[in-house]
Ligand binder design. Structure first.
Ligand SMILES: NC(=O)c1ccc[n+]([C@@H]2O[C@H](COP(=O)([O-])OP(=O)(O)OC[C@H]3O[C@@H](n4cnc5c(N)ncnc54)[C@H](OP(=O)(O)O)[C@@H]3O)[C@@H](O)[C@H]2O)c1
Length: 310
């Protein structure tokens, strides 16, 4: 794991809001920062999970941490929750936009509602949270905003059109936001989790198309990270003020490959799709609709990209 280095002091006494902090990466990040001395408030929709995690945070640190029920797709609801959260924390130093969900489906198979929902939760959800809480950071003239995107934002692979588009929107939003916030002394970072073992990934896997499964399982780069390892890396990236934070060695390789040799990168990725299609067709003993038989592809290394939904 390529983790940005972190010092124990940076988070001591910091007031941190982790949206999406009741499960998965957000939960691990809340725990990591609380253990480093931060005062944390976690926010999500499900109150039962929030209570459980708030209890775990208290047990781990011996200090009380807050929680708030919010739905990031409800802009007005997020705004209404703002004063209560700021009172609870006593202000704000670090804002983590960590909510999100993924759905893998091909463009023509997914109902348009999937495209809408991905944008509403993954993109507009971050926008709603930033619009509500950024003024608190701007007024005090310092602070950090952390936006969780995904590795598929720069490697948008087969079956992830709706999700990748929503995560790509986060990247563009974050870059623009960075310039605006810089004028107020507030730092903005966009971080790119790779495939991470979380309840969200388990949920995504329940409806994943067979071909996407095969692309992933045949890929030489489909490493699955633990939520704690990803959280440790994000904690370090926030501290260092990284504008873009890759997580894991393979993410760096993919990023470089895609930047330096995009044509080659695409050919390798396309070969992986063809291979997955062939395996799927052979298993079902029938041609795959819309995908003509291909000549055997040269056997090589896996594509330099991992499946990353979540
Ligand atoms: N896991 C991966 O492989 C992976 C890879 C790349 C990027 N990511 C990104 O990393 C972030 C966390 O992913 P994860 O896998 O840890 O997800 P997860 O296990 O499903 O946790 C998602 C968290 O977000 C909250 N949430 C979801 N929808 C919400 C909404 N509308 N309003 C408020 N809170 C909401 C959930 O709580 P409630 O459901 O109770 O609201 C939960 O606390 C997401 O942005 C995801 O896209 C994950």
């Amino acid at each position: 794991m390529f983790a940005a280095r972190s010092t124990p002091e940076f988070y001591a006494g910091k007031r941190v809001l982790v949206v999406g902090g009741s499960r998965g990466i957000g939960r691990s990040l809340a725990m990591t920062l609380a253990r480093r001395g931060a005062r944390v408030c976690i926010a999500a929709r499900g109150e039962a999970d929030l209570w459980t995690v708030a209890g775990e945070l208290r047990e781990a640190t011996g200090r009380r941490h807050g929680h708030a029920v919010i739905d990031v797709t409800d802009a007005e609801g997020v705004l209404r929750s703002r004063d209560g959260i700021l009172d609870e924390l006593g202000g704000l130093d670090v804002l983590v936009c960590g909510s999100g969900s993924a759905r893998a489906a091909c463009v023509l198979d997914a109902p348009i509602e999937v495209f809408r929902r991905m944008l509403e939760v993954n993109y507009l959800g971050h926008v709603n949270v930033v619009r509500a809480f950024a003024p608190a950071l701007m007024d005090q003239g310092h602070g950090d905003i952390c936006l969780l995107s995904s590795i598929v934002a720069f490697v948008p692979i087969y079956g992830y059109s709706a999700y990748a588009a929503s995560k790509g929107a986060v990247v563009a939003f974050g870059e623009s936001l960075r310039q605006e916030m810089k004028l107020h002394g507030v730092r903005v970072g966009v971080y790119y989790p790779p495939t991470t073992d979380t309840p969200g990934l388990a949920e995504e896997n329940r409806t994943k198309p067979a071909v996407v499964w095969k692309i992933e399982s045949e890929s030489g780069w489909n490493r699955v990270y633990s939520a704690d390892a990803v959280a440790t890396s994000i904690a370090g990236s926030i501290e260092r003020g990284l504008v873009h934070g890759m997580i894991g060695f393979d993410s760096w390789v993919m990023r470089l490959g895609q930047r330096l040799a995009p044509g080659l990168f695409r050919r390798i990725a396309d070969a992986e799709v063809r291979k997955a299609m062939r395996i799927d067709r052979d298993e079902h003993h029938e041609p795959v609709a819309g995908f003509p038989r291909q000549e055997p592809a040269r056997r090589g290394r896996g594509s330099p990209r991992s499946r990353s939904g979540g």
